[in-house]
Design a protein around this ligand. Structure first.
Ligand SMILES: Cc1cc2nc3c(=O)[nH]c(=O)nc-3n(C[C@H](O)[C@H](O)[C@H](O)COP(=O)(O)OP(=O)(O)OC[C@H]3O[C@@H](n4cnc5c(N)ncnc54)[C@H](O)[C@@H]3O)c2cc1C
Length: 428
């Protein structure tokens, strides 16, 4: 940076809350709903005009993996767009957005859209709220507890919480993808390769091999998902590696590169994929999809070994979490050498301990969603949206109990959080 300006800023305090949630993705909405349901005066702040995060403005195809007993099941039931059991976890982004907005309103959570959380409000070395920027100007919002559900942990990072970017050692991060939707697909004849290891023979050869040979690198895999709408298919095929989702410059680069891949992908599908001969683009995501950035250091850290052992932690706050190690290749197309989809065998489901949501030393703050304390490989599993939603539920409950008791989140007895989660249907 060549020049640094020193500014004196006057920041009006525009509100005061028990619980403030930064970021309205699956984790943030769940946290805000659950805190507000417990009577906490709650505000959810989201930078876009849409709640749901990657699930909605990221134009996501479906909820992958699973959990049982938590808020995810309620969201799924209320937002489902088809009675076909095969499409139970398929997302209609507009329907999901309606559902999440209704849940927030019913719970009594305040919502501030189009508002970017730019910094933590620090008092006596702890987080005491946030500073935001919006059309209304620069404003501060006070809170007894802030839940950072921004995906990247923007508040936690600015407040000085310890984190590691990406994979330990080389800080490699999973690639970014701009999702898009096609119309005009003959879905009776269409192929739907839904995993990297899903190989399908088409007249010109095997579809993943054709993709690798013919798509513009680092795109190259073929991932296509049915939607609930006639002739409409969700495409997860654009790909950009070596980009950092905590940098606006890289987000811009990824948006431009991935958007530029859409044309060649459509051309490839029209030529090679049965059923796609007359397909056309109907929409691309409003937000580039970022799979991985900061992993914060918590009181506890969940690892791949914990997941493989289906470990039940005594301080569980998320239970029956199930998914595979979905690590996209950090160097190109397809699955990373450390990932496993078809070969993942642990079926029991694992738990996540409360300590993963509590920053190691920083007070006034809880983490929720994909940035909780976990290794690169563990994160490739718990980043699935059903699990992130239930992490948000746990964070919202813990934040509300901390605010009610006037204590720091780390001082809330885990037995109290578990008792409330049990009342809400979460069992180990
Ligand atoms: C391309 C792609 C495909 C995926 N496929 C699947 C799939 O098929 N199924 C599945 O279950 N999971 C999938 N995932 C994983 C999953 O979508 C994410 O891991 C999950 O959405 C994370 O939830 P979250 O709430 O932590 O964050 P996000 O969903 O990223 O939500 C974060 C929210 O915070 C907002 N925000 C960020 N910073 C700020 C700020 N400073 N101030 C205010 N607001 C802010 C964002 O706008 C966003 O709304 C995929 C992810 C990607 C990127």
């Amino acid at each position: 940076m060549s020049e640094i300006l020193r500014e004196v800023l006057e920041t009006p305090v525009a509100g005061s809350y028990d619980v403030l949630v930064a970021g309205g993705g699956p984790a943030g909405v769940a946290a805000a709903v659950c805190a507000a349901r417990l009577g906490a005066k709650t505000c959810l702040v989201e930078q876009t005009g849409v709640v749901g995060g990657v699930a909605t403005s990221g134009l996501m195809s479906h909820w992958t993996g699973n959990t049982r007993g938590g808020i995810y099941e309620e969201i799924l039931e209320r937002s489902k767009d088809s009675d076909d059991p095969a499409l139970r976890q398929t997302i209609n982004p507009d329907r999901l957005q309606d559902c999440l907005l209704s849940m927030l309103a019913e719970a009594g959570a305040e919502l501030r859209l189009y508002t970017f959380v730019s910094a933590p409000l620090m008092e006596d070395g702890r987080v005491a709220g946030v500073v935001c920027e919006s059309k209304s100007g620069r404003q501060a919002l006070r809170a007894k507890v802030v839940v950072d559900a921004s995906g990247d942990g923007d508040v936690a990072a600015r407040a000085g919480a310890a984190f590691e970017l990406g994979r330990a050692g080389d800080h490699a991060m999973q690639p970014m993808t701009l999702m898009f939707k096609l119309g005009g697909v003959d879905t009776d004849r269409a192929i739907f390769p839904q995993a990297f290891e899903h190989r399908i023979e088409v007249p010109a050869g095997e579809i993943q091999a054709l993709g690798k040979a013919e798509l513009p690198s680092p795109a190259g895999h073929v991932l296509l998902y049915r939607s609930t709408l006639p002739g409409v298919v969700t495409v997860n095929m654009t790909n950009l590696t070596h980009v950092d989702g905590t940098k606006a410059e890289d987000l811009t680069k990824a948006q431009i590169a991935c958007h530029g891949q859409i044309g060649p992908i459509v051309d490839f599908l029209r030529r090679r994929a049965p059923g796609y001969e007359k397909c056309f683009v109907i929409s691309s995501a409003a937000q580039i999809g970022v799979r991985e950035t900061r992993h914060f250091k918590g009181v506890s850290t969940i690892t791949e070994e914990d997941i493989l052992a289906a470990r039940v932690f005594p301080d569980w706050v998320v239970t029956k979490a199930h998914f595979n190690f979905d690590i996209h290749n950090v160097e190109g197309a397809g699955l990373d050498a450390h990932g496993s989809q078809a070969t993942f065998t642990q079926r029991k489901g694992y738990t996540i301990p409360y300590g993963c949501l509590v920053p190691e030393t920083l007070d006034g703050l809880l983490l929720a969603g994909r940035s909780i304390s976990g290794t690169h490989k563990a994160c490739s599993n718990f980043r699935a949206m059903p699990i992130c939603a239930n992490v948000g539920q746990a964070a919202g409950v813990a934040a509300a109990l901390a605010a009610r008791a006037g204590v720091q989140p780390r001082a809330v007895p885990v037995a109290d959080i578990q008792a409330e989660l049990r009342r809400q249907g979460v069992e180990p």
